[in-house]
Design a protein around this ligand. Sequence first.
Ligand SMILES: Nc1ncnc2c1ncn2[C@@H]1O[C@H](COP(=O)(O)OP(=O)(O)OP(=O)(O)O)[C@@H](O)[C@H]1O
Length: 323
Amino acid sequence: MAYIETNHLTYQYRLFEKQLGFKNGLRDFFHRRYQTKQVLTDVTFTIKQGEKVGLLGPNGAGKSTLIKLMTGILQSDQQALRIMGVHPDHNDYHFLRRIGVMMGQKSQLNWDLPAVDTFKLLRSIYWVDSSTYQARLHKYVTMFGLQSVLDVPVRKLSLGERTKLELIATLLHGPELLILDEPTLGMDIVSQREFHAFLNQINQDDGVTIFLISHQMNDIEAVAERILLLLDGQIQFDGSVTKLMNTVKQPERPLTLTNVPTHAIIATKDAQLTVKPEQTVVHPQTADSTITFKTAALDQLHVETPSLEDILYSLFRKQGGPQ
Ligand SMILES: Nc1ncnc2c1ncn2[C@@H]1O[C@H](COP(=O)(O)OP(=O)(O)OP(=O)(O)O)[C@@H](O)[C@H]1O
């Protein structure tokens, strides 16, 4: 049985259609009219225990909606979604104990209290025994080097410190599945890397399955072994970052050559280019980073490989799947 399984998962919101004017307002009161907004259509994928999966998609693609369905905040068809063998329900305590959810824009830490006070509260809510709690707290706080800020009211901490404490709060009850929605928003690059290293460590040490939504490409590249691309409400790609880079028809990039000798021939992996004497810019069909020279004597050759961000930019702009 798959650890996480969606099977033609479809979701639409129902929106109240409000009419303008007093008379229409009165009519609305007795005869409400609704329209529907299709957000997810036939979303099908499976995730194995211990995987680190990134969910990518443009604004409004339905990523948060999918998370709300996965955590039982929104309800879907029973057969369309199974998480750890059950249909998610946000009233199911046993289910909630097994997952941890961190939303970058929502905090569970009390602003006026030190983080350790919220940790103690969470320990009681989740019935974590004292020795397990102490061991986890010690491990996580040491990994992040946050010993000195545990007793400081949260409002006095930097955003980076708060975010790391937020992650610790999410993990104290020992969830097997960690769902993260934009966790590194606003973090500097040093804190981001510490955060990535932490996630990879808990995945390795404790086998925590990680489901990560982020618009930060470095989050995805540093953590996710596999990405799901949500476009037009459907999973349009499922595979590794490398596979996405190889699958997607990459935007054509000019090669800028200087001091090209007469009829210098450059071989790419898949094709050969013959450079005409005066030509200093060529547009190869298949440019990649493994270009070799057959006839050397080029002074300078710079090949730019498109980044993941470039690839996603072109995909998100046209809102279509990889071709
Ligand atoms: N409660 C709601 N009622 C009606 N429509 C909603 C509701 N919540 C979200 N939507 C709509 O559903 C679509 C998907 O929203 P969702 O928040 O899931 O997207 P997202 O991929 O998480 O976007 P972002 O990257 O901006 O966070 C959007 O068009 C949004 O306006």
